[in-house]
Design a protein around this ligand. Sequence first.
Ligand code: SAM
Ligand code: TMP
Ligand code: ZN
Length: 416
Amino acid sequence: YGGSTVPNEPVAVTCKVCGGHVHEFLDLGRQPLSDAFREPESVAPEFFFRLAVGRCESCTMVQLTESVPREKMFHEDYPYHSSGSAVMRAHFATVARRFLDTELAVPDPFIVEMGCNDGVMLATINQAGVRHLGFEPSNGVAEAARAQGIRVRTAFFEEETAARVRAQEGPAQVIYAANTMCHIPYPESIFRGVDALLAPDGVFVFEDPYLGDLVAKTSFDQIYDEHFFLFSGHSVRAMAEHYGFQLVDVDRLAVHGGEVRYTLARAGARVPSAAVAGLLAEEDASGLSDLTTLRRFGDSVLRVRDDLVALLRRLRAEGSLVVAYGATAKSATVTNFCGIGPELVSYVCDSTPAKQHRITPGKHIPVRPPTAFRDPYPDYALLFAWNHADEIMAKEEEFRRRGGQWISYVPDVRVL
Ligand code: SAM
Ligand code: TMP
Ligand code: ZN
């Protein structure tokens, strides 16, 4: 198993938001970069780091205890293309239309997105002819957005880059980030940038995996290098206030296994909605941010690991062909923490060209295109992309008709 066997030296880890003491509650062991799919013949040394999570005693922010340099994760070859899912394309079209109908329904509106990836959200904004700018440091996906006519700067959003845009293009009514704020272990620079660029009555909106769903579903695979923060209503409110902003609205989202969209405004600029108080009350009632809850989550993770490995070993001993579906970044945590390699899962099928014909980080499971899934159909398919279950199962209906069975490990290990 991937978990550390040598007792770790107690190192003082300080919160990336408030500087408070971070108390570690789960160690997921030595892990590679989750999106570093390798050429099969590569002999280059693989980068590993220690993946562990803790909770800040002061502001409750749940965060990794080690961060990976951003250039190692986000670069020319970043393989994740947001537009690979029809459900996510529809989700982001809805997000864009909502902004167009509300915050952007003003003279000469301007929206800035950090982490715009291949333009999955800005495409709708661009089609509406609304002034926009995406920040996307991973140039391969940024090029895919530019190819559709979307304005993208290949750069990290941070204090300096945001201030430059403010000087050149004026204030933005909306600054938006999806599945990106939680990737950023330097929130101070982000909030200074937002402060510089946002219009006085503008909103800073971000949506990310929700700690409440992680705990409820034991979805420990949401923890990996890129997911530095695991947000809750309480921790985001504390973070907003720390930087002179206010949490004024929250929306629970079903996408990616459960997320929350947080809307922030400058302190005092807007009246918080009832949904904010509702979410905070719910978190208080469930003890979401308590260390005991998080430790119990850690115990559930070990149970899922043991159940999953036992099932895969049994199926393999029976001579079944077991493959996986979706070479997700999440699955790096599962395979490396549980010790699942090609001896248990023969290959992973994935629709992303940049991942195909490569091997997964750390455990080196071959990645094949979805056509390989049908040729021949396996006996069992471990659903690494469980957050896209409906979309994938609908696409691969024939698998079940022929007697194939899906395996899920969220919220617990079961054959579906
Ligand atoms: N927004 C898309 C979505 O929800 O599907 C993409 C999410 S992807 C998981 C995270 C993206 O954030 C990557 O494309 C990465 O290059 C980008 N990113 C990381 N740090 C960033 C920063 N400081 N500013 C802007 N983008 C950043
Ligand atoms: P995500 O969970 O981070 O969005 O990653 C989903 C992965 O699953 C991504 O590599 C694309 C892949 N995928 C498929 O192979 N087929 C599909 O139908 C969908 C929706 C995703
Ligand atoms: Zn803190």
